[in-house]
Design a protein around this ligand. Structure first.
Ligand code: SAH
Length: 268
């Protein structure tokens, strides 16, 4: 399970924090680190703070956008110390471990996303996630150092992986139930990877514009709420491809109707 989980750090400014995050990851057996457009460079401070986990720094991948970092992931979890205006499905670190285990059991990769030291993740970045995790800290002092947050989340991933191993070894009859898909049966298709979902959301937006339901100049929160609805369900690859087919058909009809409208107006 742990080899299917990646830790994604967005715009990290302090190189020591990157090193400390790498150490936290290696302690818990997670090795894939992705840096999204980091401000810090991997320097001596990072290596000192990695304290023996510098191979994670050596093999880390640097990308320019969050979309790129999580494109292949079926489950994307954003971490945040703060609540937001439009609430997103929220889970505890422990529930997140169970979700990650289910996702990996169904052949999906998982991303855990961490924000900037100064101001966390933007709303737009959080809206790319299937769910948010809030580590239940002291409400009067809720923001953890980013490497400490990575530590807590990697610990929960490890605990979940250990449970799954002991269930497989038959040590606990009940624990095996945790491996089943959340729908209670083995699923027939994998969760759609994030990149496919982003293309679906673009297509949905274009179609809604084509049929005159969405005004691109005053979009309000429509796309955000639709994103939330679809990401909450956990669309599989077949469902995304059906939705794309439906949208293509809607667009064809809209084009015919728009053409008739235009010709009608021209004639008039
Ligand atoms: N000042 C920022 C917090 C930045 S802490 C803010 O107000 O959002 C850096 C990162 O550590 C956060 O973006 C988040 O990914 C993680 N983090 C810190 N505290 C957390 C908490 N209590 N729960 C979940 N993630 C947390």
């Amino acid at each position: 399970m742990l080899d299917q989980i990646k830790i994604v750090l967005v715009n990290t400014t302090n190189s020591g924090n990157i090193g400390a995050a790498a150490r936290a990851m290696k302690n818990m057996g997670i090795t894939q680190l992705v840096l999204v457009d980091p401000i810090a460079v991997i320097d001596g401070d990072a290596i000192v703070r990695a304290s023996g986990a510098s191979e994670i720094l050596d093999s880390c991948i640097i990308v320019s956008s969050l979309d790129e970092a999580v494109a292949d992931c079926g489950l994307v979890i954003g971490t945040s110390a703060r609540g937001r205006h439009i609430p997103w499905p929220l889970c505890s670190p422990r529930e997140c471990g169970a979700k990650a285990r289910q996702a990996v059991a169904n052949n999906n990769s998982v991303a855990l996303v961490f924000g900037r030291e100064s101001r966390g993740l933007t709303n737009e970045e959080l809206h790319k996630c299937n769910a948010h995790v809030h580590i239940p800290t002291n409400p009067d002092f809720s923001s953890l150092n980013i490497a400490a947050a990575v530590q807590v989340m990697c610990y929960e991933m490890r605990m979940s992986a250990l449970e799954s191993e002991s269930a497989e070894a038959g040590e606990s009859a009940e624990a095996g139930e945790g491996c089943a898909n959340k729908w209670g049966v083995e699923w027939d298709y994998e969760l759609a990877p994030h990149g496919d979902l982003e293309r679906f959301f673009d297509h949905l937006k274009d179609s809604l514009v084509d049929i005159g339901f969405l005004d691109p100049n005053t979009p309000k929160q429509l796309m955000t709420r639709l994103r939330r609805m679809f990401q909450r369900t956990g669309l599989d690859t077949m469902e995304v491809s059906m939705m794309r087919g439906i949208l293509a058909a809607v667009q064809r009809k809209a084009k015919v109707a728009n053409d008739i409208d235009k010709n009608g107006k021209n004639e008039g």
